[in-house]
Design a protein around this ligand. Structure first.
Ligand code: ADP
Ligand code: MG
Length: 578
């Protein structure tokens, strides 16, 4: 509760003026509303002692006038307070997205996308409902209660005390049911996360799903989740459904007391008819607040449950962040791995690895799938920090740099290409706002996209991705390479970036890249000898350790894994040529 308040304070504080105005309107509305029964009382008393049409008209006009003004305040109250909740929703959504962008890859590795989506939509909505209608009706009803009770007690405190006898029961019910609703709602939202995740994963993998004819199985799994969700919804509905009638019957009890006891008191002449009517009017007026209270408790409980789920994401700290006083990233320098280990859940992906890559050198890394090649290069732009040892650039530990600054000098083509629903040019210029048309075209050319461009309907302006042209694997990779080249990086990393192109295209791309690679530190990961043979140095990685190291000729002479690989691929090429 306190945590929630600490979290909400800055959001609410930003709208202090509006909140003040909104609550002002709320107070005015409640004051006017509670004054109406007093006027009715005066009216009834004055005409029951001496009937006059003019008096009746006067009271009617007064009632209508006050009700109209009350309505006006009610309108302002809603517009302002609900408006603020929308503003806060807007702020929170922005903050949430900004925060998600800052979080490190390890967060996304252990969190399901659907779960994040659910929290950013359903839960955010529940929080807004709490901050808007929830808080507004909470204050509206409490104030109405307090004011009505003050007036009633002032007129006849005995009758008031009797009328309020069921009140403790009401609080008890609210407290008891509120807790159950909270727990059940929390479980319901978690289930919704599961469903969202399921849908998201199915849609993302819809091609595989079809290819393996898993539609039926997928549907059955979804149906099961959906059924669980409905069952949980009903479980929630059962308590919420019991809550309302219970409150209503407690309210009805109050009514009964006022009618019975109040009626007797009128007959014995202890209170006037007007007072009796006033009491009844107040009771009628309090029915809605009592019912609303149940609803509001519901809203607030749900809002708090959802707020907790949202804060779980917002409290995630990026595991890779800038140090308090980051060092400037040097213009050049060697990359050095000192006793570096990366441990994923107990297994070493890199095992006390030592390696120096000189500035301007082209180093190739080969090795079996799972030998740690990707892990090795992910350390350089700090997409990952080592668990043991150090990675240094120009003699400075990478952890002393701001990762954003460091990444600016690195062009990395990851193993999996990610393109966005945008034009080809926009995809290539991703992250380089000031790129000119010529630069983009040149990068595309160097990456070997030239012939493809000619075949695209609108050349560089062809829309690609989900809402445009679907590129082949090789075209995607070349687009990603163009993207990396355009950054004019000092360090260029290609993680198996030529795996989806044929040998001929590969040769063309390598030729295009040769001029780009000159003067830059380049790290080339591949399983193809033809890709890596020109490198200054070739490393063979196995189980996170460097097992062979040297030039193409040296490694061939050594007769290890690399020489084997070479023989195998030579044979394949010959077979293909036949
Ligand atoms: P390569 O690129 O050579 O195929 P990787 O560097 O991707 O190898 O992976 C090395 C080892 O680390 C593999 O055994 C892989 O399963 C494991 N690994 C890679 N990334 C993760 C991760 N995010 N979580 C857990 N294990 C991982
Ligand atoms: Mg890899």
């Amino acid at each position: 509760m306190r945590d929630a308040w600490e979290f909400l304070k800055p959001y609410l504080g930003r709208y202090r003026a509006s909140l003040l105005a909104g609550f002002g309107a709320l107070a005015a509305k409640d004051l006017l509303a509670t004054s109406l029964p007093l006027i009715i009382r005066a009216g009834v008393d004055s005409i029951s002692s001496r009937f006059a049409l003019s008096t009746l008209m006067k009271f009617c006009a007064l009632l209508i006038g006050l009700a109209a003004i009350k309505g006006l305040f009610q309108y302002w109250m809603r517009v302002i307070l609900i408006g603020v909740s929308r503003d806060i929703e807007y702020d929170m959504r922005n903050d949430l997205f900004a925060h998600l962008l800052r979080l490190s890859p390890d967060f996304y590795a252990r969190t399901r996308t659907g779960d994040i989506m659910a929290r950013a939509t359903n839960d955010l909505n529940a929080v807004r409902m709490m901050l808007g209608p929830g808080i507004m009706y909470w204050f509206e009803t409490s104030l109405t209660f307090v004011l009505a009770i003050i007036v009633m007690a002032w007129v006849d405190w005995r009758l008031t005390a009797l009328a309020l006898l069921p009140a403790p029961l009401v609080s008890l019910a609210v407290f008891w049911f509120g807790r159950i609703i909270h727990v059940r709602f929390e479980r319901l939202q978690a289930m919704f996360s599961d469903i969202t995740s399921k849908v998201q994963e199915s849609l993302a993998g819809v091609r595989v799903l079809r290819a393996y004819v898993q539609e039926e199985a997928e549907l059955r799994q979804f149906e099961r989740l959906n059924r669980d969700y409905i069952a949980q919804s009903l479980r929630l509905a059962r308590v919420s459904g019991m809550f309302l009638p219970l409150l209503q019957s407690l309210v009805g009890l109050t009514f009964l007391i006022v009618l019975w006891v109040g009626g007797l008191r009128v007959m014995s002449g202890r209170i006037t008819l007007g007072t009796f009517v006033m009491f009844s009017t107040y009771m009628a007026m309090l029915i809605w607040p009592m019912i609303a209270l149940g609803w509001v408790v519901n809203l607030v409980q749900r809002g708090l449950a959802s707020l907790k789920r949202m804060r779980e994401i917002l409290q995630e700290r990026p595991s890779i962040a800038a140090p308090p006083a980051p060092r400037p990233v040097p213009a050049g320098g060697d990359i050095e791995f000192r006793n570096v280990s990366v441990i994923y859940r107990g297994t070493r992906a890199l095992d006390r690895l030592n390696l120096t890559i000189r500035q301007g050198e082209t180093v190739a890394v080969v090795g079996r799938t799972g030998s740690g090649k990707s892990t090795l290069v992910r350390l350089i732009p700090r997409l990952l920090d080592p668990d043991e040892g150090q990675v240094l650039l120009g003699g400075v530990d990478l952890r002393e740099f701001d990762p954003a600054e460091l990444r600016r000098i690195i062009g990395m083509v990851p193993q999996e290409t990610i393109l966005f629903s945008a034009t080809l040019a926009e995809n290539i210029a991703f992250g380089v706002e000031q790129a000119t048309r010529e630069q983009i075209a040149q990068a595309a050319e160097q990456a070997g996209l030239g012939p493809d461009l000619a075949s695209f309907p609108q050349g560089l302006d062809t829309l690609i991705g989900e809402r445009g042209l679907t590129l082949s694997g090789g075209q995607k990779q070349r687009t990603a390479i163009a993207r990396a080249i355009l950054r004019d990086p000092r360090i260029l990393i290609l993680d198996d970036a030529l795996s989806s192109v044929d040998t001929l295209t590969e040769e063309r791309i390598l030729q295009g890249l040769a001029s780009v690679m000159r003067g830059r530190t380049t790290i080339l990961i591949s399983h193809r000898v033809s890709t890596v043979r020109q490198a200054d140095r070739i490393l063979v990685l196995e189980d996170g350790r460097i097992v062979e190291e040297g030039t193409h000729a040296e490694l061939l002479a050594a007769g290890g894994y690399y020489a084997d690989l070479y023989q195998k691929q030579l044979l394949e090429e010959e077979l293909e040529a036949v």
